[in-house]
Unconditional design. Structure first.
Length: 264
């Protein structure tokens, strides 16, 4: 352990280095945080422990949501999508009922935290195309429809010449609420059998330069029975532009986006 040199001897933490006196000698070492065991057992870290528990709940919620999206989460995401989504889910947990560290993680408690969430923050849906999707669902929330009344050549924003076609992707992500389980000392989904499920549908590839009316994307939930009110159904809408070349459609990697448009 290195000794402190110089006339002035320091005590405390500065720039990540801890300065203190040990056995009559002033020493310096890299500052380290409390151990996991200390956080879990020391009363001084009760709030830290509670915050860690709720962050874990947010991570579980985020993971379930991404699992429901399946390959679409991977196709449309940016590098930090998972961490951004977890941050939004933490806002949801903080709106839940219960004591700090044990509050319910239920998307319905704060839907605004997720509506408008872009899977890629640099490829924003509304900056590629100007549409207002109409989302409807049946009373059981097992069927969801997205209707786009009209797409014209002017609907596309700053469309490069080599983008000839567009395809829409609708997706569902079914996510249960998570509740604190004291005997297990962790959060668990209240409805695990219908948690982290999803479905998706794509439109035909639509020629960009002509008008298309009344585009419907109908989604069937993988849950057959009525969905409990504690379970959220996230509705997503994605878009991908293509270049048709030699009768093949080539996706344009810088012209794709997916956004959460509703929670039902």
């Amino acid at each position: 352990m290195p000794k402190q040199n110089g006339i002035i001897k320091l005590k405390g933490v500065f720039n990540g280095v801890s300065y203190y006196k040990l056995n009559g000698v002033y020493v310096a070492r890299k500052a380290v945080g409390p151990s996991k065991e200390r956080i879990n057992s020391d009363p001084a870290f009760i709030k830290v422990k509670a915050n860690n528990q709720e962050f874990a709940a947010a991570s579980m919620l985020s993971k379930a949501l991404r699992a429901g999206l399946g390959n679409n989460a991977k196709y449309f995401k940016d590098t930090y999508m998972a961490s951004r989504l977890t941050g939004c889910c933490l806002k949801i947990v903080q709106k839940g009922s219960g004591n700090l560290g044990q509050r319910e993680a239920n998307i319905h408690n704060n839907t605004t935290a997720l509506i408008g969430f872009q899977l890629n923050k640099d490829l924003v849906f509304n900056k590629l195309i100007s549409v207002k999707p109409i989302v409807t669902n049946n009373s059981k929330r097992t069927r969801v429809s997205i209707n786009i009344p009209k797409i014209t050549a002017k609907t596309h924003k700053k469309l490069p010449k080599n983008h000839t076609h567009v395809q829409l992707t609708a997706a569902l992500s079914v996510v249960s609420n998570y509740v604190w389980q004291s005997d297990l000392n962790t959060y668990i989904p209240e409805f695990p059998a219908i948690n982290a499920l999803g479905s998706a549908q794509q439109s035909h590839k639509l020629l960009c330069k002509i008008e298309h009316k009344n585009i419907n994307l109908n989604l069937e939930s993988p849950v057959n029975n009525s969905i409990p009110k504690q379970v959220a159904v996230m509705v997503w809408l994605g878009i991908t532009y293509f270049q048709k070349l030699d009768n093949q459609f080539i996706p344009q990697q810088t012209a794709k986006a997916m956004v959460c448009v509703a929670v039902v």
